[in-house]
Design a binder for this molecule. Structure first.
Ligand code: ITT
Length: 199
């Protein structure tokens, strides 16, 4: 029987990546888009880990089933770590990423330091209600121009040196192997297999 896993997100880009990573391992991936009543989550944490915990706990308390949540974002050195935990809300939640990405490119026109990081905190609410958080970081640079239509969000301007391309230009499978989300999820899967490995 397939094991059900609720991903506490409505972000279709995240849902697609979790499906790609978890379905081959025998999980049936559900998301908040499959839940009838919308669940309102107040993301008022100051860190990715805090927000991931808030999302997992809110959804666990309502659905009473194992939950994985993801809080993630892009931190840009030249912008002193922004947009960071505000990545989804940066310049307005409904503003297009075409606009957000162009804004960042313009801000970094004269920048000497183009380094940036994708950070992902995954929180896992277990059946007993305990919550465990795992983090992954991916180092990159802000590209000089947007390229590619794969992935989501800031991927067209996230240049990953080892690939020599932006994440908008690579297949999702390739991204998942090295991404902040892929790394955090790998830690969670190792924990699920052997909880003593994180004691
Ligand atoms: P949920 O809270 O429903 O999960 P959200 O999009 O609001 O969805 P976050 O608060 O965690 O989620 O914000 C994450 C934002 O960070 C996301 O909307 C993108 O702007 C950016 N981001 C995170 N991971 C990304 C990735 O792999 N590729 C591109 N952008 C990413």
């Amino acid at each position: 029987m397939m094991k059900k896993m609720m991903i506490a997100t409505t972000n279709v880009g995240k849902i697609k990546e979790f499906k790609q990573m978890l379905e081959p391992l025998g999980y049936e991936v559900l998301s908040l888009l499959d839940v009838k009543e919308p669940i309102d989550i107040e993301e008022d944490g100051k860190t990715f880990a805090e927000n991931a915990r808030i999302k997992a706990k809110t959804v666990f308390d309502i659905l009473h089933m194992p939950v994985i949540s993801d809080d993630s974002g892009l931190s840009i050195n030249h912008l002193h770590g922004a947009p960071g935990v505000y990545s989804a809300r940066f310049l307005g939640k409904d503003t297009s990423y075409e606009y957000k990405n162009q804004y960042i490119l313009d801000e970094l026109k004269q920048a000497k330091d183009r380094r940036c990081q994708y950070v992902c905190a995954i929180a896992y609410a277990k059946e007993d209600g305990s919550i465990h958080v795992f983090e992954g970081v991916m180092e990159g640079t802000v590209a000089f121009q947007a390229a590619g239509h794969n992935g989501f969000g800031y991927d067209p301007i996230f240049f990953y040196e080892p690939f020599g391309r932006t994440l908008g230009e690579v297949e999702e499978e390739q991204k998942n192997k090295v991404s902040h989300r892929g790394l955090a999820l790998a830690k969670l899967l190792a924990y699920m297999e052997d909880p003593s490995c994180y004691m």
